[in-house]
Design a protein around this ligand. Structure first.
Ligand code: ADP
Length: 490
């Protein structure tokens, strides 16, 4: 056995013969052994490195064995102690035990006695250490459990849904902040109260009824308090042995979900209407043609077919716009991460698209881009769609011979793109609605102008996706300016 593997032992004795004898004997047994002649030397050795066992002679030249023992205990060395003495009497033994000595070995002793004691003490130490480690592990897992418990508590506490746990006797066992505020009370005042008493008032009648006659499974129902809509859920909860412990009541504010659902269904109704009216018109035109109502010559039907084609074009455009809207909704935010681009080529491309229509209506089109403008943080395709819609409107809602201008400039830390026209303008009361889906101004002057009311809704969604915004200013009869604000690149 290699020296030291079995344990490290300090022999404290001023008698040379005994000290070295014990040293050699234990070293032969495979222990690592050090010697100390005095109490002070012993303490210094213990400070230097850890030992498993100290063998202490009762009589030392400087401090006696008992004082050394006391010093070892007070400095909390993790070491076993064995007192060795030739003057063994009962008082010394009692004093040593009081100082926490682990073993008392009277002189003279045989080598076998010593080895037996050393082995027992070291085994004892190993067992003690193992127990200590187990205790620490147990404490750590208890701590972990406590922190898990407090995490769960703070989770429930901070839930936006109102939570109330009622025990089998109908008393409040747990209540969170949202529930307390719904009940206009404080959590501390609600605990241990009868649930029926705290859920007072007419507005909670359905909840009280559900609690009074609970179903075996989950009960779900809607409830209104003032302007807001709530979803109430009541579920029983059981112990591991399936005994009923109580009920969990949650009340969730679903007003926003309701509003969005209503908005969606309104959108779908309008969309269906937008499809139905051109289809009805086209069907009517086809019936006229099929019935030969205007005679046998095709020419007589051409104006009607022309109208049918226009309505079909409108439907194709509507489908395109709806697809754009749903694509924008599906795609992740492009936003600030978009690489800065030079807006000039996009602007030229869109200008080119409308060149013929601008000429046909004798409009003057002026576009300017501030020199040395840093790049604009927006997707090129998104900018193209926004400019197409805004310039398209400025052409559509303009007057013959009117003006149309696009100006790209810097405004503070942002890029500013103004699209202005000298056309029909928008009524002040309608300005807040022009970016709503399907909104179209109903005025005698706009009746003949084709459109589906989705263009500006698309513009608003795209600009917001790029972390920008759109504004409008307009004077009825004089013209409008739509302004995009977009982040500038570095
Ligand atoms: P669309 O032009 O297809 O009707 P938009 O969403 O582009 O749909 O515009 C919504 C409404 O806003 C238009 O119907 C129109 O009443 C008004 N509008 C938009 N742009 C202008 C403009 N430049 N001048 C006057 N009115 C406009």
């Amino acid at each position: 056995m290699s020296v030291g593997k079995k344990g490290r032992i300090l022999v404290v004795d001023d008698e040379y013969g005994i000290r070295t004898g014990v040293h050699q004997l234990l070293e032969l047994e495979g222990y690592a052994v050090e010697e100390a002649q005095t109490g002070r030397d012993a303490l210094a050795a213990l400070e230097r490195r850890p030992f498993d066992l100290v063998l202490i002679d009762y009589r030392l030249p400087d401090i006696d064995g008992l004082t050394l023992l006391q010093a070892i205990r007070s400095r909390e060395f993790d070491v076993m102690t064995c007192m060795i003495t030739a003057y063994a009497n009962i008082e010394t033994a009692i004093s040593a035990t009081r100082q926490g000595v682990d073993f008392f070995l009277p002189k003279p002793f045989s080598p076998e006695d010593l080895i037996g004691v050393v082995e027992t003490l070291l085994r004892h130490k190993a067992v003690r250490q193992e127990a200590e480690e187990l205790k620490l592990a147990h404490e750590a897992s208890l701590l972990e459990l406590a922190s898990e418990k407090s995490q769960t508590h703070s989770l429930v506490e901070n839930l936006r849904d109102a939570v109330l746990v009622v025990n089998r006797s109908g008393e409040v066992a747990l209540v969170n902040r949202a529930m307390a505020s719904l009940l206009d009370s404080e959590e501390g005042r609600l605990l241990r109260q009868p649930a029926e008493a705290i859920l007072s008032g007419e507005r909670f009648t359905p909840v009280r009824d559900a609690l009074a006659t609970p179903a075996p499974g989950r009960t779900l129902f809607d409830m209104e308090i003032g302007e807001r809509q709530y979803m109430v859920s009541l579920s029983p909860f059981h112990s591991a042995k399936r005994d009923l412990l109580g009920h969990i009541l949650t009340i969730s504010d679903i007003s926003e979900i309701r509003r969005l659902a209503l908005e969606k269904s309104r959108f779908i109704r309008t969309m269906i209407h937008e499809f139905r009216s051109p289809l009805g018109a086209i069907k009517g035109i086809l019936e006229v043609a099929l019935d030969r109502s205007l005679g046998g010559s095709l020419d007589a039907y051409l104006p009607l077919l022309d109208r049918a084609e226009k309505r079909l074009d409108g439907m194709v455009e509507l489908i395109g716009n709806l697809l754009s809207l749903s694509r924008i909704e599906m795609e992740k935010r492009g936003g600030a991460s978009t690489r800065p681009i030079d807006p000039t080529p996009v602007l030229n491309e869109v200008g080119e698209l409308y060149r013929e229509r601008v000429q046909a209506r004798s409009l003057t089109f002026a576009a300017t881009v501030e020199p040395d403008l840093p790049g604009v943080c927006v997707g090129a395709e998104d900018l193209r769609i926004m400019l197409t819609n805004l310039i398209g409107n400025a052409v559509k809602y303009n007057r013959e011979g009117g003006e149309l201008g696009v100006r790209v400039s810097r405004a503070g830390g942002e890029a500013r793109i103004d699209v202005s026209d000298t056309g029909l303008g928008i009524r002040a009361q309608n300005l807040p609605h022009v970016f709503d889906e399907f909104f179209r101004e109903k005025r005698p002057e706009t009746r003949e102008i084709e459109g589906n009311g989705l263009g500006l809704a698309i513009v608003r969604r795209l600009v917001e996706r790029a972390s920008g915004r759109v504004e409008v200013s307009s004077t009825e009869g004089a013209g409008s300016t739509f302004t995009l604000f977009l982040p500038l690149g570095a």
